[in-house]
Design a protein around this ligand. Sequence first.
Ligand SMILES: [Zn+2]
Length: 423
Amino acid sequence: MRRGTLSLRARYVFPVDGPPIADGVVAIQDGRIARVGPANERTADLDLGNAAIIPGLVNAHTHLELGSLTDDDGALPAAPENEVEWLRRVMAQRRSGSSEEAYRANVARNLRAAIEAGTTLVADTTTAGLSWDAIAEAPVRAVVFAEVLGLKRYRGLQTNDAAWRWLGSITPEAQVAANARVGLSPHAPYSTAEWLYHSAAASRLPLSTHLAEMPEELELLETRDGPLRRYLEELGAWDDDWEPIGPRPSDYIRKGDLRHADWLVAHGTYIEPSEFWQLRPEASSNGHRVAVAFCPRTNARFGHDAHPYRTLLEKGAIVCLGTDSLASSPSLGVLDEARFLHARDDSLSGELLLTMATLFGAWALRAETTTGTIRPGKSADLAVVRLPDRDEADPHRLLLESDEPVLATLFEGDFVSGPWQET
Ligand SMILES: [Zn+2]
């Protein structure tokens, strides 16, 4: 049962669309943020103590259905790992008969972990809507992208039919009730035929794709050859008649009708600097949105080149954060990703990094008027993070240079994880 009003006080409130507030209060009414500001002697219903209140985190790219990919000893192979070899292992796991039931169990477990990690909005890529039921019931917002793939015609038809059977079963009313929207995800240029990209773009649904993820993908698009081709041949998935949409990964979101869609680009590590302008919000046609979901720990795991997030951000592109799946990442925590990135590059301001983890992801998923900052009128989707016992001139460092956990998550004003759930 939703309480009418609740006020929370904490050492810091990070509204994201304004500077951090020391000794701040967030007042919630009927699930929405009613007021945010300094406590100023006012008492609050609940004093969270040495903690930060931040907007609920946005995971802009994950696959909840995948479990971790440990070897026979239960360990992750040492990083960096070759990504084509990794694909072989993912596919071996899929083909070793991981049942739909096992995937659903992964979704339930991973969704719970994501919410406990402060996530209130998630972009999930899933097989034919498999994660929908769990997401629809959970206290979380989402866009659920049904994955389509296949270079061979029959494989493409199979995955497309399954995706559309699911899409046809989800009414607009069901999406409103679930706080979730449906979308489509053509998997990647190396795995997905041209017609599947065009058909996805014609659907007018939000779209996501893995793009410019590894050098082998560039080689395949340019030469139709290389390690990815050999991998696809081994799988029996290679199609001799296959032609790429174009020689550049960006052709897959920009050529012809493909530009008339929202694209959430997973990774984008090898996007050419000369193509960056295409990712600026104002460069897209008819207000369509293109954003990059950067997954720092996954990028590092495969030993990729430095991700061009700095250049992208400087050129006005929207870069948000994702965890990718447990098959390549140790957790589904967006704050873990932000802390990892901060440790590697502390010249990126904490303010911008927190914006990437919240507002930019909300923008990419067209949810920025509802969530992504702590502002009166928005949904009270919040995360509470314990802070270390020290002072910093820039309080963002308290959040980012710390191992302190997410203590609690609020969704629409209700605690949905953590010790205050029943208060
Ligand atoms: Zn992915």
